[in-house]
Design a protein around this ligand. Structure first.
Ligand code: MG
Length: 390
């Protein structure tokens, strides 16, 4: 049994007043399509991406950005949503009990939890869709005259993803075509065939981006992801003869240097670990293993540049960083200005966002005995949003 996703991305941006497909609109630094792809990439084995022929190049770019490693097939959309689903489904090789998820790309705030619950329910019952209870009073009306009030206690707003057994979806699509039946969602085709559809509690945040007013709402749902993130890094290197002493990229005159696979810039190492920590991207040991000859003797400023690029690729920007170098000797205060300058140039950030300080340990501990130097770093970073900083 496999799980496949048909991702409907063939819409236009006209209702949002955009001159291009709304799936390319960026929310908090990522396109709507990329967000949808990221939500499903680890949950399914195959993706059918239904799109407009004119969008192909942009679609491929977003698939690449989303880091999808499972097969993605591009299929052209049809006249109606139902035609698009049919086109997508006809492209699949399926077995009866495979589960097909059908999702509107415009619902890009979908949570992994909801996808899991829908899949679990559909696995048990054959078909499941998310719905949220209607909370407004619903009136039946002619354009300007109320006819009656509808009992809302059994009314739900349907969302996607809708999960359906492959053989049921096949049956429903064939029957709808034969009967010239048009449904506004996939469950309605099953209902038309008399097939049961289970209801799973949907999510308020799983909104469908339709008009411009939906954008600030989507941003608000995403804003809790934009809280600043803190990171901490710590490193120690021992002194050794015949080595240079490099701290924050600055070559400091000293009779001893620090031992290490790279240039042993203990302060830069602590800073990189703080940045990676804040972004939840691991640590420098994992990124630049000291078993790799490529990093032998390498300047830590090259590594720092790589770390900063990695954060950028993940849509993070650096707010500030603060470093403490713990060394009994040499005296570092004359070099602090150059350290800040070197780091800020390498990281391409304002020097006012960076602080480097040095302290001794009053001759206590390994630093005090002049056996080595240690460094601590903390930093704050945040996700970039399309509306600037929040
Ligand atoms: Mg180190």
């Amino acid at each position: 049994m496999k799980t496949c996703l048909i991702l409907l991305s063939a819409g236009s941006g006209t209702r949002m007043g955009l001159n291009r497909n709304k799936v390319f609109f960026e929310l908090s630094g990522k396109s709507v399509l990329r967000r949808s792809l990221e939500a499903f990439r680890d949950m399914v084995q195959e993706i059918i991406l239904v799109h407009r022929p004119a969008d192909k190049a942009l679609i491929l770019r977003e698939v690449e950005k989303a880091g999808v490693t499972i097969p993605v097939h591009l299929v052209h959309g049809g006249e109606t949503r139902q035609d698009s689903v049919r086109n997508g489904f006809r492209h699949l090789t399926w077995q009866a009990d495979d589960i097909i998820l059908i999702h509107d790309s415009a619902r890009c705030l979908i949570s992994a939890d909801l996808v899991r619950r829908i899949l679990e329910k559909a696995g048990q019952t054959g078909a499941a869709i998310p719905g949220i209870p209607v909370t407004n009073t619903i009136k039946k009306a002619s354009p300007d005259q109320i006819i009656s009030t509808v009992d809302r206690s059994t009314l739900y707003e349907a969302q996607t993803p809708q999960a359906i057994r492959a053989d049921w979806l096949d049956r429903a699509l064939v029957r709808a075509e034969a009967d010239h039946f048009q449904g506004t969602d996939d469950a309605s085709l099953l209902e038309h065939c008399g097939l049961p559809v289970s209801l799973v509690e949907g999510e308020k945040r799983n909104i469908k981006l339709t008009s411009r007013e939906d954008i600030p709402m989507a941003e608000a749902f995403l804003s809790n992801l934009n809280l600043p993130r803190i990171g901490h890094g710590y490193d120690v290197h021992r002194f050794a003869e015949n080595r240079k002493l490099i701290l924050c990229g600055v070559d400091i005159p000293c009779e001893k240097g620090l031992l290490g696979h790279s240039d042993a810039d203990v302060a830069a190492h602590a800073l990189m670990d703080a940045l990676l920590g804040a972004a939840a991207l691991g640590d420098i040991g994992r990124l630049f293993p000291d078993t790799d000859p490529a990093y032998k003797g390498i300047s830590s400023m090259i590594l720092l540049k790589k770390v900063v690029s990695l954060l950028k690729e993940n849509d993070f920007e650096i707010i500030n960083a603060d470093l403490t170098i713990i060394a009994q000797q040499p005296k570092l205060s004359p070099w602090i200005g150059r350290m800040v300058e070197t780091l800020s140039k390498t990281m391409e950030i304002d020097p006012a966002c960076l602080n480097v300080k040095a302290t001794t340990t009053e001759r206590l501990g390994f630093e005090g005995r002049e056996e080595g130097i240690s460094a601590h770093a903390v930093c704050l970073i945040r996700k970039i949003t399309p509306f600037g900083r929040n």
